[in-house]
Design a binder for this molecule. Structure first.
Ligand code: ATP
Length: 624
């Protein structure tokens, strides 16, 4: 897994160049971005919470005032005298305000939890939309997976953090202003002193959240390896092989090792964070001590009364909490801001992909598809998978692609299906470059089934009808597609017929054999009813009878449509109208079976090799 020799991945650079400035401007920008996010997810609740925050701030300020009158009434109490009305009122007022503060706190907790979940839902929707919209080429990049992992993880927790941070800032500000005004009223010098106490924390918080983000970025690749190992150890398909090869132990050890490294890194990271926050807290405590000393001096000089001093201490205590809430909110928003930029950049990838999707709709059908000098390299790969491929496919033809492993057949199929754009050269439909059409409309005209088609853990009907998922499933067409693919008999025999879930993962579900699954996948392609059908090794798992039946019926199923199929079985290939032989990313031969046999080239050699293996012809070598 050495990355050094690999070409630079452009997504890496975006993280490197991430702007990590901390300034009032950036804070303002983040507050606006977060407000947009929260506002878009639940404006009523958000406004309600802001109102609650402001009321809570007023209640706090009110408490300081009531404490002052309470203390002066207590100090004026003479021995043996009755309890004055003002003291009773102050006591009741204080108790009422404290109860109100506690109540507001609970209300705020419930409301903000619900709002946080609503924001998470909205973010998750956006992330999933973007993940399905991004260009397929991103799925070739490790950095893309790292970012996807971070963004997915952030999508559930960070919106909540952003919501809390915003509310913390608003609440902290309101309370600081309210209580601060009361404190300034007691003596103006106390307020700036107290606010100064927040400064050391501002400075250390900045570094702390930057460290946090860097730590997360550094951990993501190893974290993904860990998730992958846990996936291998807990998923059904992998369970067979993991047991057969007794891989459970080795995978567990790797998992443990990765976890241990993570914990060691986490411990180091937390120690550094703790050191930073200790410095910040000690700084604040020093300023607070100074403030209290000033207060004592002011009492000594008679500049404030004892009752005022008592109220000031309560106010200082409260303000300290509020200033800290404000700072925590700011830190949180900076911290979440780094993740929000991650999310935004992820969304940008999807926006670029959507641009690629723009263009005229592809024509409903075509007379001829030409592939002209097409070249293609996978992102991050130095070698070309296709090196100047030319092809001509006429409407109604059955075209076969053959060649040895890694010769570029599947890559060509992906390009024909509109999943990738060529790096150079063009694919033309009746002379027009397909890049002029929206890719989604090109893909709409194509039905493609890859070797590693997906086995959806949904019903048999859905597995077939996903061939055209934008329309409601059509029962008649599902039956028809299944019949043509030779899947109808065994699907009808399932406990709930076409409504049986094709997985043991869910209750009442049944699994199918490899060949049966392949027929379901072929039925999915038939159901799509597209002008061009691309089948990548469609019969690899079929028994000889099923394979022969499929090819016998292929032309009638196609009914004048076009098919491109990839196969290593020459018995199926020979019936194709045109066969293209690929070798190391280039077409080296093309023609019908008879023409290619007469040429005595690569095709003839591979064909004879396979035929000899079947017939046991001792005159032909059976392996190279
Ligand atoms: N996602 C990828 N990223 C980088 N290189 C890839 C990727 N997929 C395939 N390749 C490389 O591109 C070349 C062509 O691969 P391709 O899958 O098109 O071959 P193929 O002819 O379909 O092979 P097979 O018969 O084994 O299915 C190979 O060298 C392969 O290693």
């Amino acid at each position: 897994m050495t990355e050094e020799s690999e070409p630079l991945d452009p997504l890496d650079l975006q993280i490197e160049s991430r702007n990590q400035r901390r300034s009032a401007g950036r804070l303002w920008q983040l507050v606006r971005r977060s407000t947009r996010l929260v506002w878009g997810s639940g404006r009523l609740l958000f406004v309600g919470l802001l109102v609650v925050q402001v009321i809570a701030a007023l209640v706090l300020a009110g408490q300081v005032l009531v404490v002052e009158s309470f203390l002066s009434a207590v100090l004026e109490l003479g021995p043996g005298g009755g309890v004055p009305t003002v003291l009773v009122a102050a006591t009741l007022g204080l108790a009422g305000l404290m109860a109100a503060a506690a109540l507001l706190d609970s209300v705020r907790g419930s409301m903000s939890r619900f709002l946080g979940e609503s924001v998470a839902r909205r973010t998750y929707q956006d992330v999933l939309d973007a993940a399905t919209a991004v260009s397929l080429r991103h799925f070739e990049s490790a950095s893309f997976y790292d970012r996807l992992q971070r963004v997915e993880a952030s999508a559930t927790s960070r919106p909540f953090q952003v919501t809390q941070a915003l509310l913390g800032i608003v609440g902290g500000l309101a309370a600081t202003v309210g209580v601060g005004a009361v404190l300034a009223g007691i003596h103006p010098v106390l307020l700036p002193l107290l606010l100064l106490g927040g400064l050391p924390m501002i400075l250390t918080n900045r570094r702390e959240s930057r460290r946090e983000f860097q730590f997360m970025v550094a951990q993501t690749p190893r974290q993904r390896q860990r998730y992958y190992l846990s996936y291998l150890l807990t998923t059904r398909d992998e369970a067979k092989e993991v047991r057969a090869f007794d891989l459970g132990g080795p995978f567990r050890s790797r998992f443990d090792e990765l976890y241990a490294r993570y914990l060691a890194d986490l411990a180091r990271h937390l120690r550094r964070r703790l050191a930073l926050s200790t410095v910040g807290n000690l700084g604040s405590a020093a300023v607070l001590t100074g403030t209290l000393l000033v207060l004592v001096t002011l009492i000594g000089r008679g500049a404030v009364s004892v009752a005022q001093a008592g109220a000031a201490i309560v106010a200082i205590r409260m303000l300290q909490g509020q200033v800290q809430a404000l700072l925590r909110g700011m830190q949180s928003i900076f911290e979440a801001g780094l993740f929000l930029s991650d999310v935004d950049q992820f969304m940008d990838l999807a926006a670029t992909a959507r641009d690629e999707e723009e263009g005229d709709p592809a024509p409903p059908t075509f007379g001829e598809i030409t592939v002209e000098d097409v070249r293609f390299s996978y992102p991050g790969s130095a070698t070309e998978a296709l090196r100047g491929v030319d092809l001509r496919i006429r409407r109604g033809q059955v075209v076969a692609l053959v060649g040895e492993n890694g010769s570029g057949k599947t890559t060509l199929a992906k390009i024909l299906a509109g999943l990738y754009d060529p790096s150079a050269g063009a694919v033309r439909w009746d002379g027009r470059d397909t890049r002029a059409y929206s890719r989604v409309s090109v893909r709409d005209r194509v039905a493609v089934i890859f070797q590693d088609f997906v086995r959806y853990a949904f019903t048999a009907r859905e597995n077939i009808a996903f061939g055209r998922a934008t329309a409601d499933p059509d029962g008649g067409r599902v039956d028809e597609a299944a019949r043509r693919a030779g899947a109808a008999d065994f699907l009808e025999a399932l406990p709930a017929g076409y409504d049986t879930i094709l997985s043991r993962m869910f209750k009442g579900g049944r699994d199918l054999s490899g060949g049966q699954w392949q027929r379901v996948a072929i039925a999915r392609a038939f159901y799509r009813d597209a002008q061009l059908m691309i089948l990548d090794e469609p019969t690899a798992a079929l028994d000889p009878r099923a394979e022969s039946a499929l090819y016998d019926s292929l032309r009638s199923v196609l009914a004048g449509r076009t098919a491109v199929f990839i196969s290593h079985r020459f018995s199926s290939v020979r019936a194709a109208d045109v066969i293209y032989v690929l070798d190391q990313g280039q077409v080296v031969e093309a023609g019908s079976h008879d023409e290619l046999m007469a040429r005595e080239g690569m095709y003839a050699e591979l064909f004879r090799l396979q035929a000899a293996a079947y017939l046991g012809d001792p005159g032909v070598p059976q392996a190279r």
